[in-house]
Ligand binder design. Structure first.
Ligand SMILES: Nc1nc2c(ncn2[C@@H]2O[C@H](COP(=O)(O)OP(=O)(O)OP(=O)(O)O)[C@@H](O)[C@H]2O)c(=O)[nH]1
Ligand SMILES: [Mg+2]
Length: 271
């Protein structure tokens, strides 16, 4: 049984951020008390890095474009025991992470993923929905995980995440996290989360091109042979497997408020 919410000081929230000045104030205002936000500025030109500093957040600079590059820079910069990920475009409320973290703390799951429930018209275009269903189908045979989403809202322990040796630096990053977590025997849980229309201009899922690129990135991750768990951190350190989409990964989309799926999942985002 999960108990929550208990604000604590051992949580970093990684917020990949590329020109999200419009959404940033609200997103930061929703970080639970005591948690530390890490804004990963991915070469923004709209002043959101300065804005984040003014609002009291720590800013990590990642020159290399790509959703995975931004997420991994945040994970590498994190120092707290538990690391959460959340998009910085106003589509997801970081406060929803409280029960995610409670499950991790309680030892009920190793990775908790948000299954996005679109709220209102335009929150989730039809092609995005179709893409997620396709990815979920591809994920199952690879991981035995019956996931429904590869949502960007997620939580896990920092050391464990680092041990996965993630190498994808584009849209395959969330999928690779799930595939490798499944391969390592992690317990993966899903929780329903409302998904709001993003603030500002859509970069990925709001466009066919962006969605197609994301699906291609994830197919590449799924095509990679399983990597022996013992080799994962070494591969990551040496960069042998790193690049725009290296070993291991998968995705999907799901339902029901809180599902213990055994192991698996994620969602596509950020090119
Ligand atoms: N796409 C993309 N997003 C990045 C990058 N670097 C950081 N991000 C951030 O990653 C988060 C997810 O990207 P989004 O552009 O929202 O991707 P999405 O949610 O799949 O699609 P849309 O919301 O429709 O654009 C946002 O907070 C972005 O600002 C990058 O290089 N590419
Ligand atoms: Mg978005």
């Amino acid at each position: 049984m999960t108990t929550f919410p208990v604000p604590n000081h051992d949580v970093n929230v990684v917020l990949p951020c590329l020109d999200e000045a419009g959404a940033l104030p609200w997103v930061l205002s929703r970080i639970p008390p005591g948690w530390r936000a890490l804004i990963v500025d991915n070469g923004s030109t709209d002043g959101c890095a300065e804005l984040a500093r003014r609002l009291g957040a720590t800013v990590v600079r990642e020159e290399r474009r790509g959703f995975g590059a931004a997420c991994h820079a945040g994970l590498s910069a994190a120092t707290d025991d538990i690391v959460c990920f959340c998009d910085c475009d106003g589509s997801l409320d970081p406060a929803l992470l409280l029960p995610f973290v409670a499950k991790i703390r309680a030892g009920e799951a190793d990775l908790v993923l948000g299954q996005c429930r679109p709220q209102g018209r335009g929150a989730w275009p039809a092609h995005t929905h179709a893409g997620n269903i396709a990815l979920a189908r591809m994920l199952w045979p690879r991981t035995s995980l019956r996931l429904h989403d590869l949502g960007p809202l997620r939580a896990a322990r920092r050391e464990s995440l680092l041990s996965l040796g993630l190498t994808d630096r584009r849209s395959g990053y969330p999928l690779q996290m799930v595939v490798r977590a499944a391969g390592a025997g992690w317990r993966v849980a899903e929780r329903d989360v409302p998904y709001l229309p993003r603030t500002g201009v859509s970069k990925v899922t709001g466009t066919w091109r962006g969605t197609w690129q994301a699906v291609r990135d994830m197919r590449r991750v799924l095509a990679e042979p399983p990597v022996p768990t013992a080799l994962l951190p070494a591969l990551s350190r040496t960069g042998l497997a790193a690049q725009d989409g290296a070993p291991g990964a998968a995705a999907g989309r799901g339902s029901s408020p809180e599902q213990a799926t055994g192991q698996a999942t994620g969602r596509g985002a950020g090119l």
